[in-house]
Design a protein around this ligand. Structure first.
Ligand code: GDP
Length: 684
């Protein structure tokens, strides 16, 4: 029997009810036995307190539960966009997502960011309009916003019965039946209430019209005889459209009151894609350099991606998505990017409150492996006989850094160990030591990212630490091309060192990052072994620009010519020559400093709009958009990160606590001259 698998993520703006909904799903699928409440406050804290209270791990990277005949794995997606890498990482391994919206607040800025990411990864989605029981709930307004703000193509599958405190259930437009919750966990099925029959007919007709053309014979029947579809037939048409990504079904409910959660589970099984519905994964065969694909079949050669490494009581747990083939305990797989092999120890399927050991995982499964030694987040494991490397997960460069110190000096070593473990779990959190002061530095994607790291240190690793004032992670770049002809020669008896290189350094286009290296030497003037030594040395030298010691963001380097000496040339001599040449050429290429610019979206009542805009402008911000949403204004601005520290306090005091904001990295831009001088003086 083929297993019915669904790997889904739950995406939501903070406070839309993701935690509550996840908990209700686990409750309704029998994974936890008691419903707990989530209190208002910081969502990350909610997860932790909830976990402590119930001894469950709903923030595990993947939690599996069973609904009817299907096995549903919920892939954790982080609530805050500060952790964009985490969002992308989870989008890579899931097949479909449930986007949760609040029926009161609708589509919020952060939901927009996550929605667009899901678009980019081609992830089919269902929408759940939550909080239908709350005062101000408006199902139809959210549907309009889905179209207007997200460009979504919603297909409405349910109509609410009642609203706000009178919300009691839903009309299912596929079966044209009503489901009413009367206090118990399970709904009672009834006829559609008389006052909703006409409305239901209109929406049903609309639904059928939106999906009938998914299949030619269905369309022909529809054009001939109208809506003659049985529930199963209609479900099949809806499924075709959802899996193809052309529409997004919309459901509603109240997670808090456990209304609408079972129909949502039914919809996940009926409409969310199965692993085999997704396109085959693509990767590169390291032996040939050719692109290959692997179909989502247990019989195909094995390939799996490590999506996350999480510390647990077993030590490091590596979550893998098996894309093809099968992984058994005791198997040997290869990390083809490095050539190192891994023997598979224990394999676990993670549930809310326990984990089960399994003997085998097959295509489509998301499971955890205990004790991988040489494979990190974003790396591929594959069949050694048919190795393949999937596209890695891009780790964005951190934009902010701060000194971190333990409160008690005896904790120094434990702090180092804990931070090392945390950056293995989250590669966008970088740890380094200031070479001059010896202080420990942590760098990440935003102020909140670093603050949460401090909290994690305390809660999970019992290390109490303080964070210094956050500093901006500047970058250096060239503004013009520069050429240098440099000879490294050293003669002090015995074998000497000789290397001559002619190197051109050039800026790259905005938005490009990293080193683009080209070898233009003709006639083997510089042998390949030495050319790679030059490339390696330049890549290493880019970690420190010559202006103020900040990393060089992007560079094109061309080795134009060079010369060797029969006895005295070596890779080392070419490395030294390249490093020295880099320093000279970079300084000649009129380098400048770049600063991270953030995209800031502030939502504020009209009374405070002027104050919010004025304040953003005083921070060197440029307003790039403004909009009305219901009775609140939304302002979008690009603001240098350097001027956004502690903005959360400012925005609160400017608006008497009524404005909210979200902030994500947008791009790097040249730092104004006067500020550049100041930053350079501080760096000395
Ligand atoms: P998250 O930040 O998206 O994980 O949201 P939570 O699940 O923590 O919910 C945020 C707040 O909204 C909590 O106080 C919940 O009790 C409340 N909440 C969640 N779902 C509902 C709902 O369906 N109805 C009502 N009235 N409140 C809800």
């Amino acid at each position: 029997m083929t297993r019915i698998l669904r790997n889904i993520g739950i995406m939501a703006h903070v406070d839309a009810g993701k935690t509550t909904l996840t908990e209700r799903i686990l409750f309704n699928t029998g994974r936890i036995h008691r419903i707990g409440d989530v209190h208002d406050g910081n969502a990350t804290m909610d997860f932790r307190t909830l976990e402590q209270r119930h001894g469950i791990t709903i923030s595990a990277a993947a939690t599996s539960c069973t609904w009817k005949d299907a096995s549903i794995t919920i892939i954790d997606t982080p609530g805050h966009v500060d952790f964009t890498i985490e969002v992308e990482r989870s989008l890579r391994v899931l097949d479909g997502a449930v986007a949760v919206f609040s029926a009161v607040s609708g589509v919020e800025p952060q939901s927009e960011t996550v929605w667009r990411q899901a678009d980019r990864f081609g992830v089919p989605r269902l929408c759940f309009v939550n909080k239908m029981d709350q005062v101000g709930a408006n199902f139809d307004a959210v549907i309009e916003e889905l179209v207007e703000r997200l460009g979504a193509k919603p297909i409405v599958l349910q109509r609410p019965i009642g609203c706000e405190h009178a919300f009691v259930g839903i009309v299912d437009l596929v079966t044209m039946r009503a489901f009413v919750w009367e206090g118990g966990a399970h709904p009672r099925e009834t006829d559609i209430p008389v006052n909703l029959v006409d409305e239901a007919k209109v929406w049903r007709a609309h639904l059928v019209e939106q999906v009938a053309d998914a299949d030619d014979s269905a369309l022909a029947r529809y054009l001939d005889s109208g809506d003659v579809f049985e529930a199963d037939e209609l479900r099949a048409l809806i499924r075709l459209c959802v899996v193809g990504g052309s529409v997004q079904p919309v459901l509603c409910g109240s997670a808090y009151r456990n209304i609408g959660v079972q129909p949502l589970l039914d919809a996940i099984v009926a409409f969310a894609p199965a692993p085999a519905d997704r396109p085959p994964v693509e990767g590169v065969n390291p032996a040939t350099g050719e692109t290959e694909t692997r179909a989502a079949s247990a019989e195909a050669p094995t390939v799996a991606l490590v999506s996350k490494v999480q510390m647990s009581r077993y030590g490091a747990l590596s979550y893998v998505r098996v894309y093809a083939g099968r992984i058994r305990r005791g198997d040997t797989l290869v990390n083809a990017a490095t050539g190192r092999t891994e023997r598979i120890g224990r394999l676990l399927r993670m549930h809310a409150n326990e984990e089960t050991e399994i003997g085998e995982a097959t295509a489509g499964d998301v499971v955890a492996i205990v004790g991988l030694k040489a494979t990190g987040t974003g790396e591929t494991l594959s069949d050694p006989a048919q190795p393949i490397v999937l596209d890695g997960l891009a780790t964005p460069a951190p934009v902010i850094e701060a000194v971190i110190e333990p409160r008690a000096s005896v904790d120094h070593e434990r702090l180092g160990q804990a931070l090392a473990a945390m950056s293995r779990e989250d590669p966008s959190l970088r740890v380094s030591t200031d070479p001059e002061t010896g202080a420990v530095l942590i760098a990440g994607m935003g102020e909140l990212h670093l603050m949460i790291a401090v909290e994690t240190l305390k809660e999970d690793y019992h290390v109490d630490a303080t964070l210094g004032a956050p500093r901006v992670a500047y970058r250096e770049a060239l503004t013009v091309a520069a050429e240098v002809d440099h000879t490294h020669r050293k003669q002090n008896g015995g074998t000497g060192q000789y290397a001559r290189i002619k190197l051109v350094l050039e800026p790259r286009d905005p938005g490009e990052a990293g080193l683009l290296f080209e070898n233009q030497c003709v006639g083997g003037a510089v042998p390949m072994l030495y050319v790679s030594a030059v490339e390696k040395a330049i890549a290493a030298a880019m970690s420190e620009g010559t202006l103020a010691g900040y990393p060089v963001i992007a560079l094109k380097a061309t080795l134009v010519d060079g010369a060797t000496h029969a006895k005295d040339s070596s890779p080392l001599a070419f490395e030294i020559a390249a490093r020295d040449a880099f320093v000279v050429a970079f300084a000649e290429g009129r380098p400048h400093l770049l600063e991270p610019i953030m995209r800031v979206v502030v939502t504020t009542p009209g009374d405070h709009l002027g104050a919010v805009i004025g304040d953003l402008q005083s921070r060197r911000g440029s307003i790039v958009g403004a909009d009305m949403r219901g009775n609140v204004h939304e302002v979008i601005a690009c603001v240098p990160l350097a001027n956004m520290f502690s903005y959360v306090n400012t925005v609160r005091s400017l608006s008497q606590g009524r404005a909210t904001f979200s902030m994500t990295f947008s791009h790097y831009a040249a730092l104004p001259k006067a500020l550049q001088t100041r930053v350079m003086a501080e760096a000395c």
